[in-house]
Write a protein that binds this ligand. Structure first.
Ligand code: HEM
Length: 440
């Protein structure tokens, strides 16, 4: 672990699954776990799912909230409190029709993003830090939907406050791994650098979200159909709970969407044939200058396959977990209640038995009849009652973003050497992506 294993855990775990099979147990620093990398076992877990399933607790996050007397959100809550908050938020976020209505807002941000890309590209079409620019995009996207707020990050002069949020999320994520594998309370007790940095990052994150909430709720703007006002008007959550919920929605929505889009750009840059076919589909549905809508996307099946395949071959989130609420038989082993089961999406999605040539990007592989693909083998948004609440929104954002980008640019690889990934809560490229944007 100390020799880089934490950053390389996706590859190490993948090898272990090849060596030991779909299930094995493992001590990971402070906690013991059972690792699963087999869709059939995942199906068994789902069959035993209780009314409020639990992931492994993110102890450092909870410690911070208790220390500063802040509320928990969907990523940190469990039990009935989680279920109550989840029902409130998913009434808007998980309904396809509700989310489809956000297309115009998303397009406004994307229009600015295209102008921004033109501005930040050098004369060869390269962007110095593409990931950071995509983080700005995803930040604008999520704030627009949550609070109807534009933060100016895609303008030439952007506010320090909003940049602080993105940087704080990255910093918090960087310190999270070490605080999970060695007891977080010890870090807190000895006020280690990891604890101090993690606390400082969270202070900035909460302060930013609270200022958005205050501003939006006190605004006298007539249009009050953003998620914050919708939930606030139901009066089912206190102000403190609202800040817990929105902080974690914002956290969930920034890094993940940017990261998925980054890998999508990477995969397309290396597959001109796919890019051409996709552009052809987009141009068949959208005449020149047409702004894509949620309705247009219904006529673009290949676009969805390109995204799905990118999330399979280069997943943003490599693992999730469940804490078993009862003794459970998994693959012939009786696993005791309370055990943490790590569900390794990455190992499943890279399994050649389910996906021949699993490490190759081939959207066409999804064209075969649905019944021949195991539905549990590729689940980049997780599964069951605790699956990603932002899934519908993220899919719409990625689909629209891809239309805008390909309508305006050809994406070229400037170097065909494979780019390795490392894990910092999400899977990130180990180097700046060698891509260039050529104006169409
Ligand atoms: C949970 C992936 C976008 C908010 C999750 C989980 C995954 C995931 C794997 C864990 C699911 C499980 O344990 O079964 C992704 C990916 C995204 C994305 C790959 C982008 C491509 C978003 C967005 C939001 C969001 C846009 C905010 C609107 C959340 C929240 C949870 C979650 C709050 C916890 C849900 C709960 O426990 O009830 N996400 N996510 N995510 N995600 Fe996302």
């Amino acid at each position: 672990m100390w020799n880089g294993g934490l950053q390389n855990q996706h590859e190490i775990m993948h090898k272990y699954h090849q060596q030991f099979g779909g299930i094995f147990k493992m001590n990971l620093g402070a906690f013991k776990s059972v690792q699963i990398g087999d869709p059939a076992l995942l199906e068994s877990i789902l069959r035993h799912e209780c009314i409020h399933p639990k992931r492994m607790e993110i102890k450092p996050w909870k410690l911070y909230r208790d220390y500063r007397d802040e509320a928990y959100g969907l990523l940190t809550l469990d039990g009935k409190e989680w279920l109550d908050m989840r029902r409130i938020a998913q009434a808007k976020l998980m309904k396809i029709k509700e989310v489809a209505q956000m297309d115009a807002q998303i397009n406004e941000v994307l229009k600015d993003f295209i102008t921004h890309v033109n501005r930040v590209c050098d004369e060869h079409g390269r962007i110095d830090d593409l990931y950071f620019e995509l983080n700005k995009l995803s930040y604008e996207l999520i704030c627009s939907v949550l609070y109807n707020e534009r933060c100016g990050l895609l303008q030439e002069s952007c506010t320090e406050d909003a940049l602080l949020f993105i940087q704080s999320v990255k910093k918090m994520m960087d310190y999270l791994g070490p605080l999970i594998v060695t007891p977080a309370d010890l870090h807190k007790q000895f006020n280690t650098k990891s604890w101090r940095s993690h606390t400082e990052a969270w202070d900035n994150i909460f302060a930013t979200v609270k200022s958005y909430i205050e501003k939006r709720l006190n605004s006298d703007c007539a249009q009050k159909d953003d998620l914050l006002n919708t939930i606030h008007s139901e009066k089912s959550l206190t102000k403190k709970q609202l800040s817990g919920l929105f902080t974690e929605l914002q956290i969930g929505g920034v890094e993940t969407t940017a990261n998925s889009l980054l890998w999508l750009i990477y995969n397309l840059s290396r597959h001109n044939d796919v890019q051409e076919k996709l552009l052809n589909e987009i141009q068949t549905v959208l005449s020149p200058g047409t702004i894509p809508s949620a309705d247009h996307l219904q006529k673009m099946p290949y676009l969805k396959l390109c995204i799905k395949e990118s999330m399979r071959v280069t997943p943003t989130v490599p693992f999730t977990s469940r804490t078993l609420h009862e003794d459970t038989n998994l693959g012939g082993y009786l696993i005791p209640q309370g055990t943490i089961v790590m569900i390794n999406f990455h190992a499943m999605m890279w399994n050649n038995d389910y996906f021949p040539d699993a490490q190759l990007y081939k959207p066409e592989r999804w064209m075969k009849p649905r019944s021949t693909v195991n539905p549990f083998a590729c689940i980049p948004f997780g599964i069951g009652k605790r699956m990603c609440i932002g899934r519908r929104l993220a899919e719409l954002q990625l689909q629209l973003a891809l239309c805008w980008i390909l309508q305006n640019f050809q994406i070229n690889a400037t170097d065909m050497e494979p780019v390795k990934a490392t894990v910092s809560t999400v899977m990130i490229p180990m180097q700046k992506l060698p891509v260039a944007f050529k104006k169409r």
